[in-house]
Design a protein. Structure first.
Length: 730
């Protein structure tokens, strides 16, 4: 924005001696242009230093537009005038001659129209005010401290104006334009919560609830990572309303209905006028192009000053308008392209929405931990909460309504659940794997039946110790006994591993729960609430569509996630479980030390405890970083269209084993320093038992480390990972 719209305000400035000091520096001679203050202070006398400026400072107007910027002083002038004083000049400028004044007036008119319910008129005023901005105010002009407050106020007013424009666009149904504008603003102002609120509202009103929730998480992570604070109450309430699908958020307001009706009436009027051979009313005609404005300006100037005096000056204005027209068109084309990109749904494979939902379940999981242990299974409240939060669909393909969540976000989900209750996280990760792989790898007939209901099916079972399968027409007859079916008491189908008798092919079958015999024999030290009982089947027929290859790494329904295969999805789940359980143990131990601080002989005063706690904390954080580093690298490879290398598969297995046994070391340290609190029934004892039970899973066995060591040392050339071991691939 320029300070003075009309450069005639100063006339021809000459160097002269002032009574108050030496000669003014010649920084442009008669062609120097003065800069006025804001409208509330524009009548202050401008001193020589402010008027002329320091040597080397460029004038506001190009040289060719300053040479004959005003008629001679003897000619009668209109518009801004100068008042000579002993100490310099005082500019006498009308409000209409200052861009800042026009900006404020348009904003006030827009606010008045908005209060009156005229949303379209308000938006038009705001857009006119916004178009006055062509960059930072008074850019390149030396400013004193007195102007800094005014410029800050103008900048804040401009941002508020942008928020109002976006809000009105959304109200009038122009959601795509609003979203595009807000995305542009958030690039420059990522910590401004009102901009985020306007974006979430626009996304939700456009029917993109998932994207709105993802936007809230993006805003939250920005604030937490950069400022260490949570979003404000208004933004949090908006997220809750979006989650609850508050009807008032998506309701079509009166302004929007009026706008649509007016648009329809306008189209009808234009069509009728065209058919009748009449021009539309003047108010509906397009505005004059910049070249037309230039012609009108030149015609008026010739009448006032004559042809010769106006031509040179208005050639500049014509060039300025022509450049403005070209810039406007380019900006319009770029904006259209940006809107097309931003209107596409956000890739939800990295959406942290499920992570936030899992974290919100922590209090419920902790509250029902003891009751779940007494039952030998998760309470009904926990099972219902996992359904309601759609966490069972974590790895279900998006084409079936699932999240198809990427590995890193999946780690966070399981980590959050394990922090609340390790048994609940164990059941969830086992079920999510079976449900997701069924949706991605089974035949169409099976998928149509499984995913036809309002909720995801719960599938549980055992996929590491196979039974036998005998092929026959249209499928297989399977038999066997299986152990450790975590979560089977909550399931409606069983996911079970078999080996075909004639070919030795490893397959996964999905059968209804009623076709198996359950053996309630889960009497264990830890993970009691998983209910990981045994089951048997005898000659149960499984149709071809209800089974798939056990080592499959391609899916007809999903994306890159399913090129991991079953075993790598299991590695994600167990890694997240170890990180969440270990973190909870460390936090419980620290809380215990703080609670007993001040008592003689307690942990808070023990230097040995201080050293040991720092040691296990460092080891645990290193193990966590290794897990996330390995999975970030793996996911980058998959999304680039490549397959995981043997070394990457090795590191994923080592990362899990290292995390599991580091968390085990944390549990041992907590038990040694927890005193009788860790001995008695309670949270610390349960965490200790659950962690020790988790170390017994086959994914963290010594055989995995032995094979990984061979590969790392270069002692397994030509071998590849098959399940949890290295084998020669012919």
């Amino acid at each position: 924005m320029c300070g003075v719209s009309d450069p005639r305000a100063t006339g021809g400035l000459r160097r002269r001696r002032y009574p108050a000091g030496p000669r003014a520096p010649a920084t442009g001679g008669a062609r120097r242009v003065a800069v006025a203050r804001q409208p509330d202070r524009h009548c202050r006398p401008a001193g020589r230093g402010e008027l002329a400026g320091p040597p080397g400072v460029r004038s506001l107007e190009p040289a060719h537009s300053r040479r004959r910027v005003t008629p001679p002083a003897r000619r009668r002038r209109r518009g801004p005038s100068r008042d000579h004083r002993a100490s310099g000049y005082r500019l006498v400028v009308d409000r209409g001659e200052l861009d800042a004044s026009v900006f404020e007036e348009l904003c006030e008119r827009g606010e008045a129209a908005q209060r009156a319910g005229a949303s379209r008129n308000a938006l038009d005023c705001y857009l006119q005010a916004r178009d006055l901005w062509r960059g930072p105010p008074l850019e390149g002009v030396p400013l004193g401290l007195a102007l800094q407050g005014d410029l800050a106020r103008l900048g804040e007013r401009r941002l508020t104006l942008e928020e109002q424009c976006a809000s009105l666009r959304s109200t009038l149904g122009e959601h795509e334009r609003a979203i595009a504008d807000l995305r542009d603003l958030l690039v420059a102002h990522p910590l401004r919560e009102p901009l985020w609120a306007a974006l979430l509202h626009a996304l939700y009103r456009m029917g993109r609830q998932a994207d709105a929730l993802a936007g809230y998480q993006e805003a939250r992570h920005r604030l937490v990572d950069e400022l260490g604070i949570e979003p404000g109450p208004e933004l949090q309430r908006l997220e809750q309303r979006i989650l609850a699908q508050d009807p008032s958020l998506a309701a079509c307001g009166a302004a929007e209905r009026d706008a649509r009706a007016a648009a329809a009436r306008g189209r009808t009027a234009d069509t009728g006028a065209a058919r009748a051979g009449r021009r539309p009313p003047a108010t509906q005609r397009p505005k004059a192009a910049p070249s037309s404005r230039w012609f009108a300006r030149v015609t008026l100037s010739r009448a006032r000053f004559g042809h010769r005096q106006c031509t040179r000056r208005y050639v500049f204005y014509f060039a300025y308008d022509l450049i403005g027209l070209m810039t406007t068109r380019a900006r319009r084309e770029n904006r259209t392209m940006a809107e097309a990109i931003l209107a596409q749904p956000i890739d939800t494979t990295a959406t942290p929405d499920l992570v936030d939902r899992a974290r919100r379940l922590r209090p419920l999981l902790d509250e029902h931990a003891e009751a779940s242990e007494r039952l030998g299974e998760l309470t009904g409240e926990i099972d219902a909460a996992l359904h309601d939060a759609w966490l069972y669909g974590m790895w279900v393909p998006r084409s079936l309504g699932g999240a198809e969540l990427d590995p890193v976000s999946s780690l966070r989900v399981v980590e959050a659940l394990a922090y609340g209750q390790p048994s609940a996280a164990w059941v969830h990760m086992a079920a999510a794997l079976a449900i997701g792989t069924a949706g991605s790898y089974l035949g169409d007939e099976a998928v149509d039946e499984l995913f036809s209901g309002d909720r995801f099916p719960v599938i549980a079972g055992q996929g590491t110790r196979p039974g036998s399968a005998r092929p026959r027409d249209g499928g297989h007859d399977i038999s066997g006994s299986w152990s450790f079916a975590s979560g089977i008491k909550h399931s409606t189908y069983i996911h079970t591993a078999v080996v075909t008798e004639d070919t030795g092919e490893f397959r996964i079958c999905v059968v209804p729960l009623g076709q198996a015999t359950l053996i309630d024999n889960w009497d264990v030290l830890g993970l009691v609430a998983t209910g990981s009982i045994d089951y048997t089947m005898d000659d149960v027929f499984v149709p071809e569509a209800w089974s798939h290859e056990g080592l499959i790494e391609e899916s007809p329904r999903g994306g890159d996630l399913y090129r991991l295969g079953i075993i790598h999805l299991a590695l994600i789940g167990h890694s997240g479980w170890a990180l969440g359980t270990g973190r909870r143990i460390l936090d419980e131990l620290a809380a215990m030390a703080r609670t007993k601080a001040g008592r003689p002989g307690q942990l808070a005063d023990s230097e040995t405890f201080h050293i040991g706690f720092a040691d296990v904390e460092g080891k645990f954080r290193a193990a966590s970083a290794f897990v996330f580093e390995a999975w970030h690298d793996a996911w980058d490879t998959l999304t680039a269209g490549s397959w995981l290398s043997v070394r990457q598969r090795t590191l994923l297995r080592i990362a899990l084993t290292n995390a599991t046994w580091t968390a085990h070391e944390v549990a041992q340290f907590a038990y040694r320093n927890g005193g009788t609190t860790a001995l008695r029934s309670g949270t610390m004892q349960r965490l200790f038992r659950d962690m020790h039970a988790g170390t017994q899973h086959i994914t963290s066995a010594n055989g995995v480390l032995r094979a990984a060591g061979q590969e790392l040392a270069g002692l397994a050339p030509g071998k590849e990972w098959v399940f949890l071991g290295l084998e020669d691939i012919g």
